[in-house]
Design a protein around this ligand. Sequence first.
Ligand code: TXE
Length: 489
Amino acid sequence: MTQSYQMLIGGRWVEAAGGDHLASEDPYSGKAWAVIPRGAADDVDAAVEAADAAFTAPSWRSLPASARAALMRKVADLIPTVADGLAEVETRDNGKLLAATRGEVAALANIFHYFAGLADKIEGVIAPPEIPGVFAYACYQPLGVVAVITPWNSPLLIAAIKTANALAAGCTVVIKPSEFTSASTLEFAKLFERAGFPPGVVNVVTGLGAEVGERLVTHPKVAKIQFTGGSATGRRINALASGGLKKVVLELGGKSPNVVFDDADIDAAIRGAIVGIFSSSGQSCISGSRLLLHRSIHDRFIDRLVALTKDLRIGDPRRPETQIGPITTRPQFDRVIGFLDSARAEGAECVMGGAALDGPGQLVQPTVFTRVRNDMRIVQDEIFGPVLSVIPFEDEDEAISLANDSRYGLAAGVWTSDISRAFRMTERLEAGTVWVNTYRLLSVLLPSTGYKESGLGSENGQQNILNFMKPKTVFLNHGAQVTAPFIAT
Ligand code: TXE
């Protein structure tokens, strides 16, 4: 039986105005399991109007920051009561391992507590008196309506982080989840009602990027766009939004290098390489998809990595023993298979995997290519699948030159026991996040950004709250002679 979802606009659960729907498929069974409304321009307009009205309504705008924080804490406290169901919906919709989606859902409570903690710590600036009789200060005001556009690989986690950032600042939001994985966001949105948020502060409109996404991005009452997704879409959003001079933050793709020196703890580095690329079946912007190995360890490292990877269990993401689940969407599955073909055509050697699995669902074998050159498509393009390219290097300089020879710059890993080398590498790697002797750790307590084509602007951390606000400078004359105009002091 298929589950039927509605969108949340202005505090009401509604169908699309046009009455259209989209099917959501379970990537493991390949069957449709839910229907979501296929929104269009009218629905976006209604959601943005609702968010704008909520933004100016006293029930939100005049709410003390501590009360706003309290509402966010209520959401955090509600999360454990729905966590199991949320994780199951996410796994069914995007195919990520249940263990992973449970972890992501558990993190949401901390994320909401963290951002709630920032809501009442936004302070302005008082300038030292310069003009007798004039008091000058700057305060920060929330930007307004924030559009949150999310992808299919971690839909709930990404929507929750962006929404929490925006709410803490006093903004209102319209979330547009990926058309492939909208269910978890719609489930999550129920918590804002339960927590007592005023209607219209959080809205969700589902549908296609070209229909719902573009309207949202160009709507005159949207002040800021927070986007995670592919680079081509990010570029288009940036171009569309520039017409309205909107603030845009883009978290885009990656082709991250994982660099292993011969002085590293090799067993740990092998585990780090496997986790780096095969977690979430490689469908992660921070995947360590380029493994750079010091030439002296190359062959034995690959032998052991392949031996361990062969034991990984591929299959149903709901089963506890499964370690690699399906590719989330059919177009993405076709794209990954296309890369496997192009790698062979370009002369790379496939030392393990290299094919889809028979049977239902979009399962791809974990795949390792050696004898790759840096100019090959599998090395330069983001595959977003369980495909690892291995490249040897001679020394630190060559490692850096290979690692940085990419239009992306999202993340990088370094494995070494030499602390000086670790410092040198972190300094020289062109990436927004660098891990030393670990991989994939993330924290909303710290800023995250992408260098080069991996992004625009940054998210998270304490300072980021001000990126959802605009300063207002006030000169308050409480007794000075009005000075001659046009004279700057
Ligand atoms: O993402 P899109 P796609 C990469 C990965 C993948 C590629 C394409 O390499 O193969 O992107 O994936 C909405 N205006 N990443 O095509 O299109 C869309 O509806 C406004 C990396 O599935 O970027 C969805 O909600 N919105 C990434 C969201 O954008 C538009 C995660 C993302 O979809 C729009 C996912 C438009 N014109 C894929 N077009 C990461 N950084 O983690 C689409 N959308």
